[in-house]
Design a protein around this ligand. Structure first.
Ligand code: HAM
Length: 415
C-alpha cells in the first residue's frame, strides 16, 4: 500500500503521455501565433467575487464546484475554475483596452472544479484557451472558429462536430426566457429536481440537462434563434455566411446554451464521437458585456477553451504513441572503460545528442537489456580491449549493423 496518493479526481501526467501534452501545446502555440495571439499568464488564484460575478451565482460551477477557501487574512480566494474571468480582470486592471483592438491572448494551465470525477472529467484539469477583446465584428468570430479548426486539424483529429448557436443578448433574452417559462410551466413537476431549480433561477439551462426524461419533456420547446433581436439576428446571419465562405463545417444546435452566464450571442462547442459522455473537446463564445461589468469600457469579446485531457485521450486512441528514445547508449566494462564512456557521453551531450550510460555494478548483459528497453538507436560498447586498441564497438539496434570507430571519431560518427 502506498502511504499517499493524489487527491480524488486529480492525476499525475507522466512520460510517455507528457510528450503528447507537449505536442498539443506546441501545435496550439504555432497555430495561435499565425492568428496574432500572444501568451498571457494570469494567476491561478483570484478573489472569489470575480468568478461569482462573471460565471453567475446560479450556475453549477459557482453553486457547487469551486475550490473556495479563506486566506490567512480571511479573504475569500478561489482556485480558478476557468480562464476567461481572470483574463478579463487582467485586461481591465492593466488598461489593455488602451492598446489597439482587438487584443488577442492565449493561455494554458490548470483549472479546478469540484465535480464528480469520471472518464474525461477531473477536478484539476488543463485548458488551453484564447480570448480576443475589442470588436463585435462577426469576422472575428469566424477567425476564432477557423483557428480552432486549424488547431484540431493539425492534430489530425477526426469525428468532430462544430456546434454553433446564438443565445441572444440582454435585449432579446428576457423574451426568450418568458417563452420558455410558459412552455415548461404546465409540466415542470415532471422534470428532474435540478431542472425544477433551474426553472426558478436559470430556465435556459433546462435545455442543457442530460437526464433522459428531461430531454423528452423539452421536445417542442421554443428555439432561442426565433427570439433574437435585430442586432443578434444580423450578427448570427453574418457569421454563418462567413463560415460558409470559409467552408467551415458547422451545425446549428439551438439547445446549446453553455454553463456559464457571461455569454452573449455566439456560442459554440466542438464535440467528438470518440469520447464518452464528456464529449466536448472545446467550447466558447462571445461575452460582450463582461469587460464593462468588470469596470472597463464597453468591449465586446470572444474566446474558447480546449480541454487538454480530452484532446490527449483522442490522440492516444488515434496515434501510435511515439516515445522519444536516446540516440546512443554507452555500455562499459571495467573502471578505465567507465571513465572513457563518461568522457564520450559528455562530448556527445555537449552537442545536444541524447546519451544514456550504464551504471555501477551492471553486467554488460543487463546494460544491453536496458539499452533495448529504452529503444536506444545505437549502443557503444567499451571494455579493456577497446581501451587498449583505442577503438569503440558500435551497434545499430534497428538492424543489428555493427562496426568499430576510433574514440576521437565518435562525435563525427553521430553527427
Ligand atoms: P467550459 O465549457 O466550461 O468553458 O470548458 C471548456 C472545455 O474545458 C470543455 O469543453 C472541456 O473540454 C474542458 N473541461 C471543462 N471541465 C472539465 C473537467 N472537469 N475535466 C476535464 N475537462 C474539462 C470555459 O471554461 C470557458 N472559459 C471557455 C471560454 C473561453 N469561453 C470564452 N472564452
Amino acid at each position: 500500500m502506498t502511504r499517499y496518493s493524489a487527491l480524488k479526481g486529480i492525476q499525475d501526467i507522466l512520460p510517455p503521455d507528457i510528450h503528447l501534452w507537449q505536442k498539443v501545446e506546441e501545435v496550439a502555440k504555432d497555430v495561435f501565433s499565425a492568428y496574432g495571439f500572444h501568451e498571457l499568464r494570469a494567476p491561478i488564484i483570484e478573489s472569489t467575487d470575480i468568478f461569482i460575478r462573471s460565471i453567475g451565482e446560479t450556475t453549477d460551477i459557482v453553486e457547487k464546484e469551486m475550490y473556495t477557501f479563506p486566506d490567512k487574512a480571511g479573504r475569500s480566494i478561489t482556485l480558478r475554475p476557468e480562464g476567461t474571468a481572470p483574463v478579463v480582470r487582467c485586461y481591465v486592471q492593466n488598461h489593455l483596452y488602451d492598446l489597439p483592438s482587438p487584443q488577442k491572448f492565449f493561455y494554458s494551465g490548470p483549472m479546478f472544479r469540484y465535480e464528480r470525477p469520471q472518464k474525461g472529467r477531473f477536478r484539476q484539469f488543463y485548458q488551453i484557451g484564447v480570448e480576443a477583446l475589442g470588436t463585435s465584428d462577426p469576422k472575428l468570430d469566424s477567425e476564432i472558429l477557423s483557428m480552432l479548426r486549424l488547431f484540431l486539424e493539425r492534430l489530425s483529429l477526426k469525428g468532430l462536430s462544430y456546434e454553433i448557436n446564438s443565445i441572444g443578448c440582454e435585449k432579446c433574452r428576457p423574451d426568450y426566457k418568458k417563452a420558455l417559462l410558459i412552455f415548461f410551466s404546465g409540466r415542470i413537476n415532471e422534470f428532474c429536481p435540478d431542472c425544477q431549480r433551474r426553472y426558478e433561477f436559470n430556465p435556459l439551462r433546462i435545455l442543457d440537462c442530460k437526464v433522459k426524461e428531461c430531454i423528452k419533456l423539452r421536445i417542442g420547446a421554443p428555439k432561442v434563434t426565433d427570439f433574437l433581436c435585430k442586432d443578434c439576428r444580423e450578427h448570427f446571419e453574418a457569421l454563418l455566411s462567413l463560415l460558409k465562405l470559409l467552408d467551415f463545417p458547422y451545425v446549428i444546435n439551438t439547445d446549446m446554451v453553455r454553463g456559464l452566464d457571461y455569454y452573449t450571442s455566439t456560442t459554440f462547442e466542438v464535440t467528438s464521437k470518440h469520447l464518452g459522455a464528456q464529449n466536448a473537446v472545446a467550447a466558447g463564445g462571445r461575452y460582450d458585456r463582461l469587460v464593462e461589468e468588470f469596470g472597463g469600457p464597453p468591449t465586446p469579446a470572444i474566446g474558447f477553451a480546449i480541454g487538454m485531457e480530452r484532446i490527449v485521450e483522442l490522440l492516444k486512441a488515434s496515434d501510435k504513441l511515439e516515445v522519444p528514445a536516446p540516440k546512443v547508449f554507452i555500455a562499459t566494462i571495467g573502471a578505465p572503460a567507465e571513465r572513457e564512456g563518461l568522457l564520450i557521453a559528455k562530448k556527445l551531450r555537449d552537442k545536444g545528442i541524447w546519451v544514456e550510460i550504464g551504471y555501477a555494478g551492471h553486467s554488460l548483459r543487463s546494460q544491453l537489456r536496458k539499452a533495448d528497453r529504452l529503444a536506444a538507436k545505437h549502443v557503444l560498447i567499451i571494455g579493456d580491449d577497446e581501451i587498449s586498441s583505442g577503438k569503440v564497438k558500435w551497434k545499430r539496434l534497428l538492424d543489428g549493423k555493427q562496426g568499430e570507430i576510433l574514440f576521437h571519431e565518435v562525435h563525427d560518427f553521430f553527427k
